[in-house]
Design a protein around this ligand. Structure first.
Ligand code: KIV
Length: 336
């Protein structure tokens, strides 16, 4: 049987599997997707060894065991793919993608439709992580019914497993509405970036006993409303640890110290995928230097293209001497 794969940019040239050079031979068991991928497909040649799917039960088990829960943002197919492959338990399609993927000033600009597009891309890649999609500002605050409608869209159209929304006590009826409909909710309290204007900017929360008490009240209310966990952002470590101890659901900290039940970071921050000199918050640890690596590779490609060092013979497709000679004859370059 002859199967076809698309191999070329733009032209979409097709190669018959029967006539493919050996390097194109399909290797058995490599991937459930292999064989129907274009050569540009990020899934080409990978995808085996899938770990067991992470569910809410997995998260509860980790929490009960006291094992820290790992959460990382992803905003597209490649970032979802690598987070999943690295064994991250919860992949968050956070509305921080407004800045890191769309170049917006802040999260208030991103639309639900745009979030849905990014959620779908991540969900195609992250086959085993629990995927949570952020509800962007404006699609859930008006009424619990509005929030439920938006949450249903994020599940049905975004293809994720649960939603995240910002807010404490005032959001409890909304969280109850969504969870009662069978949609897992991850809450987000402490510093809530969607409300940065009301908070007077990106400020650490809970720095006074009264402030910390308010965060605890928020945490208890969202727990009671059915949230399966909560993000705790920009809170002094001691306060976050004390609040964590008072709860029976996990806290996922970001800028909230080591006493939380898990941690979350924005992927471009922790992989160092940004130019030198950019501001990074105090809590971010830069585990890599993806920007420099990409820069090095792209500059080398640029230089080798300019000097014609690339592509080398090993990057080109072979043709038999006879066929080449025939083509040259057709063009009148060679006497026969
Ligand atoms: O949008 C986001 O990425 C987030 C995380 C930083 C928690 O909300």
């Amino acid at each position: 049987m002859s199967r076809s794969i698309s191999i070329a940019k733009g032209s979409c040239a097709l190669l018959s599997q029967n006539t493919r050079p050996a390097s194109f031979a399909v290797k058995p068991l490599l991937s459930q997707w292999q064989g129907r991928n274009s050569s540009h497909s990020p899934m080409g040649g990978v995808g085996g060894n899938l770990r067991k799917k992470i569910t809410l039960n997995t998260i509860r088990t980790l929490y009960k065991k006291g094992e820290p829960i790992t959460m990382l943002t992803a905003h597209d197919f490649p970032s979802g793919h690598v987070a999943d492959a690295a064994g991250i338990e919860i992949v968050l399609v956070g509305d921080s993608l407004a800045m890191v993927a769309m170049g917006m000033e802040d999260t208030s600009e991103v639309l639900l439709e745009e979030m849905l597009l990014h959620c779908r891309s991540v969900s195609r890649a992250a086959k085993t992580s629990l995927i949570i999609g952020d509800l962007p500002m404006g699609c859930y605050e008006i009424a619990p019914e509005q929030a439920l409608e938006s949450a249903i869209r994020v599940i049905k159209e975004g293809r994720v497993h649960g939603v995240k929304l910002e807010g404490g006590i005032e959001m409890a009826p909304t969280i109850k509405k969504i969870t009662t409909a069978g949609i897992p909710v991850l809450a987000h309290i402490g510093l809530t970036p969607q409300r940065q204007n009301a908070l007077g900017g990106f400020r650490v929360q809970g720095k006074t006993a009264a402030g910390a008490t308010k965060i605890l009240e928020d945490a208890l209310a969202i727990q009671e409303a059915g949230a399966f966990a909560t993000v705790l952002e920009a809170v002094p470590a001691e306060i976050a640890a004390l609040i964590t101890k008072k709860l029976s659901i996990p806290t996922i900290g970001i800028g909230a110290g080591n006493g939380c039940s898990g941690q979350v970071l924005v992927q471009v921050d922790m992989t160092g995928n940004f130019p030198p000199g950019r501001f990074i918050p105090k809590f971010v640890k830069k585990y890599g230097d993806v920007w420099s690596e990409s820069m090095k590779a792209i500059e080398a490609y640029r230089d080798e293209t300019k000097s014609r060092a690339y592509p080398a013979p090993e990057h080109t497709y072979p043709i038999s001497k006879e066929e080449l000679a025939e083509f040259e004859r057709v063009l009148g370059y060679q006497d026969v």
